[in-house]
Design a protein around this ligand. Sequence first.
Ligand code: NAP
Ligand code: MG
Length: 497
Amino acid sequence: MTDLLTLAEYTSIAEKLTPPSDSFINGGFRPSSNGAKIVVTNPATGAHITDIAACTAEDVDFAVSKARDAFESGVWSKKHPSERKRILLKLCDLIEENATELAVMESIDSGKPIADCVNIDISEVIHTLSWHAELMDKIYDQTAPVGNDAMAMIVREPVGVVGAVLPWNFPILMLAWKMAPSLAAGCSVVLKPAAQTSLTALRVAELAYQAGVPAGVFNVITGSGKEVGEAIGRHMDVDMVTFTGSTATGRRFLGYSAESNIKEVVLELGGKNPCIVLDDAEDIDTVAEQVVAAAFWNMGENCSAGSRLIVQSGIKDELLSHIVKHSKEWKTGNPLDPSNQLGCLVDTNHFSKVAEYLDIAKEDKHKLILGGETVDGRYVMPTIYDGVKNTDRLAVEEIFGPVLSVITVDSYEEAIAVANDTEYGLAASIFSANSKKSLRAARELKAGTVTVNCFGEGDISTPFGGYKQSGFGGRDNSIHAHDQFTQLKTIWVDLSE
Ligand code: NAP
Ligand code: MG
């Protein structure tokens, strides 16, 4: 854990920031071809931060052509793996040197609490980049069992030009999840951050260039999804797209690929994740702490948020009293105040979307047991509804805010059935003292990550991604992330006499 500064110190750093504005393409900053801009404001205050380039399809063409030139030249793709590793580790050092500035930039751009930006997001970015950099000179290809008359090598080659399109909820961390394995594998990248949260991506691109990533290899192009995202998705010279965001947009990327060059597509999408607590769960206070973190961490703006609490009737009242107690410990307020665990929502549009669910809950007469209030048109207080049915909108739709729905069940079998009765399958948690039952649940839950007696997302060494409509085509993190950015080639050599 890094020692945190004071609110006054973070505020003063924020005031002195000179955030980037133009896109970073081919080793330098560049405005959009038509000069258009997107206004960037601090979601906690409404204050103007900067204007970023609203790039166009023409700008995407330019970035992709530079990425292609860099890829084909071999300046990065054919560099010795240990050399790519050295440069990416240098980038880690530069991020470390600029960690406070990056954390403050992330916080004022997204509304995320500074303590998380410092101790989770930035430190995980460094961990992710260094992990993939270190992997590069330690993995081997294969030979196939084809007998004595031939030798067949199965080699992995970088996929080529990668398009990456990011969401706004973990801006710099999602950047690292895509950037680290793709660059380590030798690809060139054209990355679009979410329009609301582009600042840290631009700064990291500048630092990557400074670390020695050659011009054209890592490009950050800002703008809207409709213009820049779609142009990347449909580009005939982009070899694959890695996308994190909503299921609706992910579906579009499959269409773009089908209608263009059949590019590879990897999708990390939404979730409506169950936290199951059975009657025999032990240490209810700790269970409650975990359920609260699952529901409210990052203001619930988390694809793997445990937004459905599925609790067995015998333990429900006791559990809810502990949950309410712990929820009250999560202070919501100024994102730059290091004593706050929760900041504001990412922008006023998203705030309105989340606030609508509070109205729906009122109409549906769900029993409010905590929160239900908003502050300033920017903050939503941690909110818990009891008496929710799994078919209610609160339990079906991804709210992406700090709203927990409590669903009561009578048995283990009902808990599993309700948990799996969703179109999503990103994450799930099970709390039970019966280890055989909880491991059986881990096998029966249809989700990419199942945590037992805790909430979490694994770590950099474990794959992250979804079953069902939560994902497609691959996994982020771990050695499996590397697979997305490489393709297999068979080299067959005749050895017959
Ligand atoms: P989103 O609306 O799908 O946006 C994600 C990205 O796609 C943004 O960069 C967006 O651009 C772009 N985009 C939007 N419309 C597009 C289009 N028609 N064509 C091409 N690109 C387009 O998602 P969001 O609201 O930003 O993020 C929240 C979602 O992400 C949630 O559903 C959450 O569950 C999911 N998520 C999933 C994971 C995971 O790993 N599974 C992790 C984090 C978040 P703009 O700049 O215009 O918005
Ligand atoms: Mg969006």
